[in-house]
Design a protein around this ligand. Structure first.
Ligand code: GCO
Ligand code: MG
Length: 405
């Protein structure tokens, strides 16, 4: 008897920030959960799922994960893009969760079993100036992290990507009726950041893995200058140096520096990654499970990457839910070319709604051995936190011109 899908419900909740969660229920009473969050565009994915995909899910065989993926991908004339792919990603995650629960095994076992004992993770350190940043890095080291992304303020600006003013933890999206405006000054950033990162390296010594995110702000010439200036710092990677709508531009940056390059957190399909991987213009591919169609599709991206000695290093900010985090860890445990998982951590309210079985120990994560993805979604707790409008910031140059955020 096939296990058919009898309900597909979408829940939007805001325990400190917005999350979109898909709940799929089967005829034999198995419940699977998937993350469908797209930061700042939450209600669009919720509607796409509720209004268009959920009705077509009813009556389908829950065990046919790959076929269901293709049904929604190939079966949609208007395909790709973050909203569509996050909706398919949530369905895919929920179906893997169901299969694991129905068979009584963690998802990583279904993916071929563990290829490593634990997954290296990196977190964020942020400080307006070097002393503040060093305090933040030390705090992260104190928590056990072995890899830290370091972001600092830029002289002449008062709000910058990745940096908090004061002690609050960094959260990119701001609640409110419109985006916060940040400033940007490439010349000041390029003058300042090499010394800051060199200061961090001096302070921590050679062991700690250091990362930095340029968040799509540079052109290829500026990116090469930055990379060359940062070579003595021995970065684990330099992330998103340029916007990559025009992917061939990254090729030149890759050729001019030995710093590993990471990119792709905004990509949604293997076709977005194909050129960069096959030209080997990058070292780490960053697609998140939810934003690139779920476990089934990111597995294919990583399989292509493996052929070109590119490693997986998925996006893991607070704006993907613990369900995505768990899915990423299951895939990571079972994938040889999976290098590291970003783990920004969550507000305590988030962990009231999403109770996860993954564990953090000494700088490494493990998905745990609960059947399925190992995350319980508490619907009652979620109901206490209704959706609140929120936006990612925008950035403008000193003269007011819009720039990539
Ligand atoms: C990262 C990212 C995030 C994104 C955010 C957008 O490397 O973690 O760049 O900080 O900006 O997740 O929603
Ligand atoms: Mg990033």
């Amino acid at each position: 008897m096939p296990r058919t899908i009898v309900a597909a419900d979408v829940i939007v909740t805001s325990p400190s920030r917005n999350y979109v969660t898909l709940k799929i229920t089967t005829s034999d009473g198995v419940v699977g959960w998937g993350d469908a969050t797209v930061n700042g565009r939450e209600l669009s994915v919720a509607s796409y799922l509720k209004d268009h995909l959920a009705p077509a899910l009813l009556g389908r065989d829950a065990d046919r994960i790959e076929d269901t993926w293709n049904y929604f991908y190939k079966g949609a004339y208007w395909r790709r893009g973050p909203i569509t792919m996050a909706a398919i990603g949530a369905i895919d995650m929920a179906l893997w969760d169901i299969k694991g629960k129905a068979l009584g095994v963690p998802v990583y076992q279904l993916l071929g079993g563990a290829v490593r004992d634990k997954i290296l993770t990196y977190t964020h350190a942020t400080g307006w100036d070097l002393p503040e940043l060093l305090d933040s890095v030390d705090e992260r080291r104190g928590e056990g992290f072995r890899a830290v992304r370091a972001q600092a303020g830029v002289p002449g600006l008062d709000k910058v990507y990745g940096v908090t003013n004061g002690t609050a933890s960094y959260e990119p999206a701001g609640r409110g009726t419109g985006p916060v405006e940040e400033g940007w000054d490439t010349a000041s950033y390029l003058r300042h950041i090499p010394d800051i990162l060199a200061g961090v390296r001096d302070h921590v010594g050679p062991e700690l893995k250091l990362l930095h995110d340029a968040h799509h702000r540079l052109n290829p010439t500026e990116a090469i200058r930055l990379a060359k200036a940062l070579e003595p710092v021995d970065l684990f990677w330099l992330e998103d140096v340029i916007p990559v709508e025009n992917q061939q531009l990254l090729r030149e940056v890759r050729r001019q520096t030995s710093i590993p390059l990471a990119i792709g957190e905004v990509f949604n399909t293997v076709w977005d990654c194909q050129q960069l991987i096959t030209e080997r213009s990058l070292d780490f591919i960053r697609t998140a499970i939810v934003h690139a169609g779920g476990i089934s599709h990111v597995r294919k991206i990583l399989a292509l990457a493996e052929v070109y000695q590119v490693k997986g290093a998925p996006h893991g900010p607070s704006d993907v839910s613990p369900l995505n985090m768990s899915a990423s860890l299951h895939l990571g445990l079972a994938t040889t070319n999976f290098a590291i998982q970003e783990f920004m951590g969550y507000d305590p309210l988030v962990t009231e709604v999403f109770q996860s079985s993954y564990t953090f120990d000494d700088g490494y994560l493990h998905p745990g051995d609960e059947p399925g993805l190992g995350v319980t979604f508490d619907e009652k707790a979620a109901a206490q936190f209704p959706y609140k409008q929120a936006y990612l910031p925008i950035a403008r140059d000193l003269d007011g011109t819009m720039r990539d955020w």
